[in-house]
Design a binder for this molecule. Structure first.
Ligand code: 4AD
Ligand code: MG
Length: 430
């Protein structure tokens, strides 16, 4: 009976066949332990010379790393195994012999591993991170679908910038100029006026010359946008959504969190509501923590975010930032127009900002004024103004960066390990 590693629990005591690769092995004179992986998981295959015969046993001992095989054997319970089972191998058939697989069980440098990303993905740690990424994606669709959101896909080729012009990828669009999308937000606002509550989930691009553990050139963003919701309503959606994602990973990725040695006590604390501090309070907190030169009006860097996060054991919202350092579309606080109704959500444990969100300007005259201040002209922006002309309503939304969220929940240091094929400064392959 053909099965997979995650399904072996349904076949205890039975003989099964699994298509697999040899991740690793060790052997003695009488017994060989094959570390098998099949994409769904990892399991040990035990080959006993006395059972399988001399010739087949020697063949097993000679198997090379990453050779592909069909393994047949009996499923037995094994308390020492992380999956709870092992295979007592009765036979195997070599599909292809891998000769000199470049990634050996010894330690390799990061650049070497990144050059071999197409193979590195097979390793236990990378496999675990991608499974967690997949669970976050699944839980995201589950959350927004259950809450009545409609998934809307904004375009990737656009005629204008959504988040400022310095980080745009330019390309020709026949005779016109086009840019790769930095954010689908402006389109999601149009969609919210048509469908009420919407979300997008797709790739976005930033031509940022940053080489940090938090920056990718191409990353995936989830962008919900809600009509008739003010910024406080949006914060509630954000904290419930993030808590749902974390709890889903805790429930459904136990083996993966274990493979990554993730301290899950940190994740178990993640439940709504999350603390909120104002930008002013954040400045105060930073001064108390020894950041003497930070001033009102400064944007925060990674060390600032990490210092703020250290004071909380849940993600923390920093609300009401100075208008001058935030995007043109954010709605000013009516009580204090120099700050805008927005928030950055800072993850715990030094993973930095995972969400940026705000209430949007819904007043036509104010938006026109912003257009003048930011010199936004031409057909690429005119349509956005019309959203304030025809039945404008209060509305809010946010963008969550998938890779930073995967890094935090998985506990991996750098976002380059949280996307299958990272696009980084100086890296466009594999
Ligand atoms: O804060 P940002 O720039 O917000 C927007 O783009 C809004 N238009 C979203 C919205 O309101 N619909 O980006 C949102 C999130 C950040 O908090 C971060 O998690 C992630 O996107 N992000 C990046 N992730 C990886 N690499 C980069 N270069 C990133 N830039 C932003
Ligand atoms: Mg931001």
């Amino acid at each position: 009976m053909k099965t997979t590693i995650t399904e072996v629990h349904k076949h205890i005591g039975e003989e099964v066949t699994i298509g697999a690769w040899l991740a690793n092995k060790r052997s003695s004179g009488k017994i060989a332990f094959l570390q098998l992986r099949d994409g769904t998981g990892f399991i040990q295959g035990v080959v006993v010379k006395a059972d399988i015969g001399e010739e087949k046993f020697q063949e097993a001992k000679a198997l090379t790393q990453e050779s592909s095989i069909y393994v047949t054997g009996k499923v037995v319970e094994d308390a020492r195994s992380p999956v709870g089972f092992e295979i007592q191998v009765t036979d195997f058939e070599l599909i292809q012999e891998a000769v000199e697989y470049p990634i050996t069980p010894k330690n390799h440098g990061t650049e070497f591993l990144m050059d071999h990303r197409h193979l590195w993905l097979r390793s236990k740690k990378q496999h675990a991170v991608m499974k967690i990424r997949n669970e976050i994606i699944r839980a995201t669709y589950e959350f927004f679908n259950e809450q009545g959101y409609v998934k809307i896909d904004p375009p990737i080729l656009t005629g204008a910038s959504a988040e400022g012009t310095t980080e745009l990828f330019h390309t020709k669009y026949f005779d016109e100029d086009a840019y790769l999308s930095q954010s689908g937000q402006l389109y999601m606002e149009a969609a919210a006026m048509a469908f009420g509550k919407v979300f997008s989930f797709g790739p976005t691009f930033r031509a940022e010359k940053s080489k940090t553990r938090r920056h990718l050139i191409e990353f995936w963003m989830i962008e919900p946008e809600m009509a008739f919701m003010d910024h406080d309503d949006s914060l509630e959606v954000q904290e419930r959504y993030v808590a749902h994602v974390v709890q889903s990973v805790l429930s459904n990725c136990k083996l993966e969190l274990q493979a990554l040695d993730r301290d899950i006590t940190q994740l178990e604390k993640i439940a709504a509501p999350f603390p909120r501090i104002t930008y002013d309070e954040a400045i105060q907190l930073l001064k108390e923590k020894g950041f003497d030169d930070v001033e009102w009006g400064d944007d925060f860097g990674a060390p600032h975010e990490t210092a703020i996060a250290e004071s909380f054991d849940k993600p923390v919202f920093i609300i009401n930032w100075p208008a001058e350092i935030k995007a043109f579309y954010m709605k000013p606080d009516p009580k204090r127009p120099e700050v805008v109704l927005c928030a950055d959500l800072i993850a715990p444990e030094g993973y930095g900002e995972i969400i940026g969100g705000s209430q949007r300007i819904d007043d036509l005259e104010l938006m026109k004024q912003r257009y003048e201040e930011h010199e936004l002209t031409g057909p690429a922006y005119e349509w956005y103004l019309q959203l304030r002309q025809y039945g404008s309503v209060p509305h809010s939304g946010f963008g969550l960066g998938l890779e930073r969220t995967v890094a935090w929940i998985s506990g991996v240091e750098h976002v380059r390990e949280t996307i299958p094929f990272p696009r980084l400064l100086n890296r466009l392959y594999p």
